[in-house]
Design a protein around this ligand. Structure first.
Ligand code: HEM
Length: 411
C-alpha cells in the first residue's frame, strides 16, 4: 500500500501542517492509512485500530533501535561522547527479555506512593516559579514555567540536591538540543559535553546511594531485589535514568503548552476549569488525546507482517502515529473537539499501550494537574499575545509550542 498519490508525510514539517498536522492525518487515514513515506524512509501507520495492533504485538514489531539516526554524529561529537558511558538501550528502545527485567525494576522504583508523595513539592515549585513571573502580567511561559518545572521534578525524583538543580536544568536543555539535531558542530560539541557531564554526575550519585541509600528513585533502582536478577551496572543505571529523563521531560513540557493553547482558544474553558477544578484530571486526559505530546514512535518488523491489509517486509521501519490514532472518527465521537466530559477519552493512545505503556503516566498527570491548578488560581483572563504567533517544534515525534507568549491579569 505504498500509494504514490498519498499526501507525503514530509509536508508535516511545513506550514500549515507544522502548526496543525491533524487535517493531513485525516487525509492519510482515509487515502493511505498505512503508507511508505519516501521522505522519511518509514512506513507510517495512522488508524487507531492499526496503531493498537502494532502496540499489541511486540513480538513482531520490535522497539530496539527506535532512535537510530540515519546521520551519524560528527567526529568531534563522537570524541566527546567517548569520554562518557556507552549508550545502552533504555526501556522504550528495548525488547524482551532485557525490557521485561528492566521494566519490572523501574515500575517498582516508580511506585505510586513515591510519585504521589511528590505532590506538595511539585506545588511548592510551581508556586515559586509562578511568583517570579505572574505579577509581570505577560511572559513567554515555556521558558519560565513549562520547561523548568518538569526538569526540577525529575531532579527531585532522582534525589538530586536542590543546589544542583540549576546545573541539571542546563544539561537537560543541552541534551534535548543534541537529540533534536540541526545545530552547528561547535554547539553540538558543547551539548555532548553536557551529556557526558550528566553521565558522570549520575555515576557519582549512584555510587553515593550504593553507600548510603535514601528514599529516592536512584536508591530504589540501585537496590535490585534478588528475584530481579543481578544488580544493575553503572552504565545500565545511567541509561535507565537518561531514558526516564528523555521519556518524561519534553513530553510533559509539551503537554503543558498544548493544554494551555487548547484552553485559551476558547476563553470560557479557563473559567470553567477554575470554577470546577475537579474536572482538571479529565481535562488533562482530553488534552493528551486531542493534541498528543508524543505524536508517534518507531518500531521495526521482526519478519514480514500483514497489517491492515498492507504487506510490510521483514526489517521495515514503522512509525506508529498516536497523534493520528487519537483523532480517528472510527473510535472517537467528534474527534477534533475538545470535550472534557467525553465518554471515550479513555481509549486514547497518547501514553501508548501494551508492554511499553508509559511508566510515567501517573507522574505526568500529577505534574500537569498541579501546574494548571497553580496557574488557574493566579491568572485572570489569560490570552495569547496577539503579535506573537505560536511557533511549534519542527519535530515529528514531539509536538508542542517552542515558545508561547501569554498575557493576563494577575490575581
Ligand atoms: C505527558 C507526558 C508524557 C507522555 C505523553 C508520554 C508518552 C509515552 C508514550 C506514548 C510511551 C510509549 C512509547 C512506545 O510505545 O514506544 C511512553 C513510554 C515511556 N514513558 Fe512516557 N510519557 C510522558 C511522561 C513520562 C514521564 C513523566 C516519565 C518518567 C518519569 C515517562 C517515562 C516513560 C518510560 C520509562 C517509558 C518506556 C516504557 C517502556 O518502554 O516499557 N513518561 N511514554
Amino acid at each position: 500500500m505504498s500509494t504514490p498519490s498519498a499526501p507525503d508525510f514530509q509536508q508535516r514539517f511545513q506550514s500549515p501542517h507544522l502548526e496543525d498536522p491533524y487535517p493531513l492525518y485525516e487525509r492519510l487515514r482515509h487515502e493511505a492509512p498505512i503508507h511508505f513515506s519516501e521522505a522519511l524512509s518509514l512506513w507510517v501507520v495512522t488508524r487507531h485500530e492499526d496503531v493498537r495492533a502494532v502496540l499489541g504485538n511486540p513480538g513482531d514489531f520490535l522497539s530496539a533501535n527506535a532512535f537510530a539516526s540515519p546521520v551519524p554524529p560528527p567526529p568531534e561529537v563522537l570524541e566527546v561522547l567517548a569520554q562518557g558511558y556507552p549508550r545502552l538501550p533504555s526501556l522504550v528502545d528495548a525488547d524482551a527479555p532485557y525490557h521485561t527485567r528492566m521494566r519490572a525494576i523501574v515500575s517498582r522504583a516508580l511506585a505510586p506512593q513515591r510519585v504521589g508523595a511528590l505532590e506538595p513539592r511539585i506545588r511548592e515549585l510551581a508556586t515559586r516559579m509562578a511568583d517570579d513571573f505572574v505579577p509581570l502580567g505577560r511572559a513567554e511561559v515555556v521558558s519560565r514555567f513549562n520547561f523548568p518545572l518538569p526538569a526540577r521534578v525529575i531532579g527531585l525524583l532522582l534525589g538530586m540536591p536542590d543546589a544542583d538543580l540549576e546545573r541539571f536544568r542546563v544539561w537537560t536543555e543541552d541534551m534535548s538540543l543534541l537529540s533534536g539535531g540541526n545545530l552547528p558542530v561547535a554547539r553540538q560539541v558543547e551539548c555532548a559535553r553536557s551529556l557526558v557531564a550528566f553521565q558522570h554526575y549520575m555515576a557519582a550519585l549512584i555510587h553515593e546511594r550504593r553507600q548510603v541509600p535514601r528514599d529516592d528513585l536512584t536508591s530504589a533502582l540501585v537496590a535490585t531485589r534478588p528475584e530481579e536478577g543481578p544488580p544493575l551496572e553503572d552504565a545500565e543505571l545511567i541509561n535507565l535514568v537518561m531514558g526516564l529523563h528523555f521519556g518524561g521531560h519534553e513530553t510533559t513540557t509539551n503537554l503543558l503548552g498544548n493544554m494551555q493553547v487548547m484552553l485559551l482558544r476558547e476563553p470560557e474553558r479557563w473559567k470553567a476549569l477554575r470554577d470546577e477544578p475537579t474536572l482538571l484530571p479529565r481535562a488533562v486526559e482530553e488534552a493528551v488525546r486531542l493534541d498528543t505530546p508524543l505524536q508517534g514512535m518507531m518500531r521495526t518488523t521482526r519478519r514480514a507482517v500483514t497489517l491492515g491489509g498492507a504487506e510490510l517486509p521483514e526489517g521495515a521501519r514503522v512509525l506508529v502515529l498516536f497523534g493520528s490514532a487519537n483523532r480517528d472518527a472510527g473510535t472517537f465521537q467528534a474527534p477534533d473537539r475538545f470535550q472534557i466530559r467525553r465518554p471515550d477519552t479513555g481509549r486514547h493512545l497518547g501514553f501508548g499501550a501494551g508492554i511499553h505503556y508509559c511508566l510515567g503516566a501517573q507522574l505526568a498527570r500529577l505534574e500537569v494537574r498541579v501546574a494548571m491548578e497553580v496557574l488557574l488560581a493566579r491568572m485572570d483572563t489569560p490570552r495569547l499575545q496577539a503579535d506573537k504567533p505560536i511557533v511549534y517544534l519542527p519535530n515529528f515525534l514531539h509536538r508542542g509550542p517552542k515558545q508561547l507568549y501569554l498575557e493576563w491579569e494577575p490575581r
